[in-house]
Structures are given as C-alpha cells and as structure tokens.
Design a protein around this ligand. Structure first.
Ligand code: GDP
Ligand code: CA
Length: 305
C-alpha cells in the first residue's frame, strides 16, 4: 500500500526507517523539511533531508542521530586552524554530499532531482522528496530578536526562548514535483513524531500542502514526539510552553488535530487517550521509542493497520 510520510530530521528519519522496513520496496514516499537548510562555507546544506537519507541507507551516526557514523573531521579541523567558524559540525563524508549537492544546484539542477539521484545511487528504494525546490528558510523569533534557524539551534544551543516561528519564502514556495500527488494518492499519510513548529509546519506551509493533508484527515495518522511530558531530544517541550500550548503529548495533538484523524500516544501516556476524543482523534497507544527495532516494527504495524 502506498504510504506518504511527512518528516523532519531525527524523529522523522526514525519513523521513515520504521515504515521503510515494514513496507515492500518503493511503497514509501517521504516528504522532507527544507526550512532548516542553510549555507555554510559556501555549501548548500539540507540537514533534515540528509538525516533521512543517512538513516535509510545505514550511514547515520547512531550516537548523534545526525551525520555519518564514524566520520572524520579533517576538513573542519583544518578550516578552524585557518580561522573559520567552529560551531557547525561537518564531517568529511557528510561534506562530500554537500559539495556534490552545491555543485549540481549551481549547475541548475533542482534539489528534488539531486536528492532522488543520491537516493538511487545509494540503493534507497524509498522516495525522498523535498517539500519544495524553492528557497524556504525558518526564522526563530525570541524575546529580543529574530534568528536564522541554525543560528538559534546550533550556535546558541536553543537557549533563547521562542516566541514565534516564520518561514521565509512562503507563500510563494511551490511544492516539489510529486509532493501533492504523494499526499492525494497514498492509502495512508503519516505525520512523523517531528517537531510540529519547525519540522512539520514548514512543509505544511508550502503552497497547497496543508490543504492537501487536511483533505486526507481520515487517512492521516500523527505520532507524538513527546513521551511523558518529555522530548526524546530537542527543544520541543520548551517551545510548547513558550508558545502557549500544553507541554505534553496532548498539546501536540491539539495542534495537529485539523490534519490527523488518528493520534499515536506512547504507551507511557495511555492515561491521556481520553483527551483525544474531544479533538475527534482516534487514539492508538503503543511503545514509540524507535531506537529499539522491535518497537519500530510494532509502531509501523500500528500506524499501517
Ligand atoms: P530534528 O529536525 O532533528 O529536530 O528532528 P524532528 O523534528 O524530525 O524530530 C524531533 C523530535 O523527534 C523530538 O521532539 C523528539 O522527541 C522526537 N523523537 C526522536 N526520536 C523519537 C522516537 O524514537 N520516538 C518518538 N515518539 N519521538 C522521537
Ligand atoms: Ca530539523
């Protein structure tokens, strides 16, 4: 059965792997976030797309959840010795992908075509589509200023309180080829346990994407990125609080209720299932910590049932 996943970085990639392992080859399409994309040392970097690609092709660094396993940092160390910035960590193997992508973008190829070609070369049967080929950039509003996403997340370690999120390039950004079709034609649409504000929202903000998912609400399943009031990693709980939402799995459910008719709570949050009824969301309760392969399998089976 054709399935379409809407995914950010680490939480998105883990869900992508769960579905990729569960489905026959070629039945999964992943629509990935490009709001985190940035330019560093003149290179075009797509961190969330790469996290999905590295995870699905067995390259991912299992400790960080991003970057390439056992990568070296020769280029970065040498660049730092020349006075270059040291806060955005780029391994040598990772850099090779950025070099190739940057060259091809400059030669006029679309990001979607480059991403598809890399996936094919690396033997990945799952289709990976950037939400848009157009330039889209996430900006984070704090109490005092607005920061580019990576400046806020990586350089300042998400220490500044978030008061709002803005997507540069919207509403002009158009869906990449295949994005709307993948949503309209899938038997099931899955919203990954990704950060709703900075991973799912930039995808949904691309022209026509939110409406396309809303039109499929009955077939859409969202998975909670929050377990027992905590993130597995990342700034989501602080963002829920500072932007006026309930800081638990139900806070995310309320935010996603217009999009998804079914919501997966972690088994630890079974007591919250009753709160989903008023949101007109069906509840599924299963373990969702996907580092464990058996949990991945169980979660994929629940989402696809
Ligand atoms: P990022 O772009 O790397 O920040 O990743 P995403 O936005 O895709 O995902 C971040 C969210 O994934 C965090 O809020 C985590 O709590 C959540 N997450 C990571 N791994 C898991 C997991 O195994 N299970 C669940 N339920 N959530 C996860
Ligand atoms: Ca991200």
């Amino acid at each position: 059965m054709p399935v379409t996943l809407i995914a950010g970085g680490v939480g998105g990639a883990r869900m992508a792997l769960a579905l990729h392992e569960a489905l026959p080859p070629g039945e999964l399409t992943v629509i990935g976030n490009v709001g985190d994309d940035c330019e560093h040392w003149g290179l075009s970097i797509s961190p969330d797309l790469d996290t999905v690609l590295y995870t699905l092709t067995g390259r991912i660094d299992p400790i960080n959840g991003w970057g390439v396993a056992e990568d070296t940092h020769n280029l970065m160390e040498t660049a730092i010795s020349l006075g270059e910035e040291d806060w955005f960590i780029l391994g040598d193997k990772d850099l090779a992908l950025h070099v190739a992508r940057t060259r091809r973008l400059r030669a006029g190829e679309a990001l979607s075509a480059i991403t598809a070609d890399v996936a094919t070369r690396w033997g990945c049967a799952t289709k990976l589509l950037p939400a848009t080929n157009d330039r889209q950039r996430t900006w984070i509003a704090t109490d005092t200023e607005e920061l580019p996403f990576q400046e806020w997340l990586v350089h300042r370690r998400a220490a500044d309180t978030v008061t709002g999120v803005r997507f540069e390039g919207v509403p002009e950004a158009q869906p990449a080829p295949g994005v709307l079709e993948a949503i309209a034609s899938a038997d099931r649409i899955v919203l990954a346990p990704s950060n709703p504000f900075v991973s799912l929202d930039p995808i949904l903000a691309v022209d026509g994407v939110r409406a396309a998912v809303c039109a499929r609400r009955a077939d859409t399943v969202a998975v909670s990125p929050v377990i027992a009031g905590k993130a597995i990693k990342g700034p989501i709980v602080g963002m829920l609080e500072s932007m006026g939402h309930r800081a638990d799995a139900i806070g995310v459910a309320r935010y996603l209720a217009p999009l998804a008719g079914t919501y997966v709570l972690d088994a630890q949050d079974a007591d919250l299932a009753a709160d989903l009824a008023e949101l007109q969301m069906a509840a599924l309760c299963v373990p969702t910590l996907m580092a464990d392969p058996a949990v991945r399998q169980g979660l994929a089976a629940a989402v696809l049932a």
